[in-house]
Design a binder for this molecule. Structure first.
Ligand code: SAM
Ligand code: 2KA
Ligand code: SF4
Ligand code: MG
Length: 223
């Protein structure tokens, strides 16, 4: 199994339950969901013309749509070659759930890493049972993809991006129609650090006893 890799870097997890935890980020290329405010629009298109050799994405310094094929064992070798310290690996994208992540999870978990996936919940999840699943539901996006009830049920954490009250209303409807497990952690994440979005998220989190997730890396100006 080969994975289309956009970039790999070591940083501090800036979102959700694992905020503050040193982590290796594995960003896969390709996403058809189309959120207009997406942070990583350069990962949407899996364009054959943008494929490069594996060496072309190692140590990539600027966001670009180039990608390279990596197998799980090549990725593990890359972690070692880069001398990374983190033991927490975040698989993100793009939409990483488009790919069968079980071979990748098997290889990384047997080498002692703990996995987390960041996903929109619009594709069937193929991860290990131990993987920490963060579903960030996307409702009414241009790509027309729907959040899957099975993803909502598998989620350890549901981290919902908000800017306006109508987003909260749509989320309430989702929680009713696709209930998460009782122990799932629910967080609101303000879209793009907008002050009004942040205010709304703070107010709603306090009212509902939900968590706030603020994309710490953007405040710190780190990757
Ligand atoms: C770039 S996405 C990639 C993974 C997957 N496609 C998803 O949406 O979960 C990673 C996380 O960033 C969030 N995100 C993307 N753009 C954002 C923005 N402008 N403001 C706040 N959160 C954003 C997503 O909701 C998701 O939780
Ligand atoms: N520091 C940091 N934390 C993150 N958490 C989720 C991210 C993502 O893009 O999926 C992300 C990211 O890009 N950087
Ligand atoms: S699902 Fe994730 S990667 Fe895809 S457009 Fe939305 S935020 Fe971006
Ligand atoms: Mg990001």
């Amino acid at each position: 199994m080969q994975y289309p890799l956009n970039e790999v870097f070591e940083t501090i997890q800036g979102e959700g339950v694992y905020t503050g935890v040193p982590a290796i980020f594995v960003r896969l290329q390709g996403c058809p969901v189309g959120c207009p405010w997406c942070d990583t629009q350069h990962t949407w298109d899996l364009d054959p013309e943008q494929q490069v050799a594996p060496s072309g994405i190692i140590g990539k310094l600027t966001a670009s749509a180039t990608w390279a094929e990596f197998s799980a064992s090549q990725l593990l070798a890359l972690f070692k070659a880069q001398n990374y310290h983190a033991k927490h690996v975040v698989i993100t994208g793009g939409e990483p759930a488009m790919f069968d992540l079980r071979p990748l999870a098997a290889e990384l978990e047997s080498a002692g890493y703990r996995l987390q996936i960041e996903t929109s919940g619009t594709f069937e999840l193929r991860v290990s049972p131990q993987t920490w699943v963060t579903v960030s539901p996307k409702l009414d996006m241009p790509g027309g993809y729907l959040v899957r009830p099975d993803c909502m049920k598998r989620a350890n954490e549901i981290k919902y991006p908000v800017a306006m009250q109508k987003h909260i209303d749509a989320f309430d409807h989702l929680l009713k129609t696709c209930p998460p497990r009782a122990d799932a952690i629910i967080a609101l994440q303000p879209i793009s650090q907008r002050p009004r979005a942040t205010e709304l998220a703070i107010k709603t989190c306090i009212e509902r006893n939900w968590r706030l997730s603020v994309q710490l890396h953007k405040y710190l100006n780190i990757e």
